[in-house]
Design a protein around this ligand. Structure first.
Ligand code: 1HN
Length: 362
């Protein structure tokens, strides 16, 4: 046996000895751990309203809402995540539906949630006793550990988008869940209490910087109305009439921080016939197309969308939007966490991407 063969054998034995006692040599995995840029497991993906609406309607017919199951929710399951029910590594995204005169049981949990109403009205979400009436385009917050339940008091179905920081809280091994002692919590006083308490609509949005220190106190305002969002978008448009798009972020009126410690919500309006230049950002993003039609290019792949569609832009993917008709995106991201940790990054690119493929949904 040569000296080299001797050393090889000794090294192989060494790796086996490490393996059996659960020690891993970094020098063999450095490049897979320390990638030059983020390499999220989730992939750009899109869910069409045309596909999910009929399935949500079938769910309403076939599946009752009961204690234990808790919610009638279809999660956006990103095909890159090996079957985990998450839209992206850090974000839960879903469609929730309630049939006529149904209610979903009251409970609370450490993950925080937001709801954005895709269409319809007549559901109220009760958050710690405050019943928040939900209408098309409204944003409702159910912060971590707030009691919450949903009630549909009409004779029509209603659908909305649910976003949660569940995968983040799970990664931090911080999941706690508690059912409320009653099936539904009592509503205290008139509906929409937080809306009356924080009546100054100027303090609900920003188009500039957001407080970056992590604020563990969620927004005391629990509902943001589409009419106010629309008004703020109009004001921004007046300030930059030639821009391809305008963006506003919903903020906590008390602190100026994002709406939840872990989640940022915004609306981006892209004007008809215009397009944005590509941008890469850290953090994962879910887009809900509130209105309009067009396409986005994500890492060279073209995604055509229309009203009600939802798509995911994973961390550091280049994304640009092209509006055929004026488009409004509701967006959800984990940006507050990246900002608070000092690892948020953004890179603007100055030319549109070359299109290398077109997404065709299943
Ligand atoms: C939840 O509590 C709701 O309250 C919706 O409406 C979706 C997804 C995972 C875990 C809890 C809700 C959820 C959820």
């Amino acid at each position: 046996m040569t000296v080299e063969q001797d050393v090889d054998q000794e090294l192989a034995a060494f790796y086996r000895d490490l393996d059996v006692v659960d020690l891993a040599p970094l020098w063999t995995i450095t490049e897979q751990l320390l990638t030059p840029v983020p390499r999220p497991k989730s992939i750009p993906w899109l869910w069409r309203a045309q596909t999910y609406v009929p399935l949500a309607e079938r769910a309403i017919k076939l599946v009752p809402i009961e204690r234990g199951g808790e919610r009638r929710v279809l999660s956006l399951r990103n095909p890159g995540l090996g079957g985990r029910p998450y839209a992206a590594g850090t974000l839960w995204g879903a469609v929730q539906c309630l049939g006529p005169n149904e209610s979903a049981p009251a409970h609370r949990h450490t993950p925080g949630a937001i709801r954005f109403v895709i269409s319809g009205e007549g559901v109220f979400t009760t958050v710690n006793g405050d019943a928040c009436d939900m209408r098309s385009g409204d944003l409702v917050l159910t912060p971590g550990m707030a009691w919450h339940d949903h009630s549909n008091t009409t004779d029509r179905n209603m659908l909305w988008f649910d976003g949660l920081d569940l995968p983040m809280v799970e990664a931090l091994d911080g999941i706690f869940f508690e059912p409320h002692p009653d099936l539904n919590q009592a509503v205290e006083g008139e509906h929409n209490r937080s809306e009356r308490q924080y009546a100054d609509t100027c303090r609900r949005y920003t188009s500039g910087s957001v407080r970056t220190e992590l604020d563990p106190t969620p927004s005391p305002l629990l509902i943001y109305r589409w009419a106010d969002t629309e008004e703020r978008l109009r004001q921004e448009t007046g300030k930059q009439p030639d821009a391809p798009s305008v963006t506003v972020e919903y903020i906590n009126p008390r602190s100026g921080a994002s709406v939840l410690p872990t989640l940022a919500c915004g609306v981006q309006r892209v004007f008809a016939g215009r397009h944005t230049l590509p941008v890469r950002r850290t953090g994962n993003w879910i887009y809900v197309v509130r209105a309009g039609a067009g396409h986005s290019v994500i890492d060279g792949q073209r995604f055509d969308w229309e009203t009600g569609d939802m798509f995911v832009v994973p961390s550091w993917s280049a994304v640009e939007h092209h509006a055929l008709e004026q488009a409004d995106f509701f967006t959800l991201s984990d940006t507050p966490v990246l900002r608070a940790l000092g690892i948020n990054r953004e890179q603007s690119l100055d030319t549109p991407q070359a299109i290398t493929g077109t997404f065709s949904p299943r």
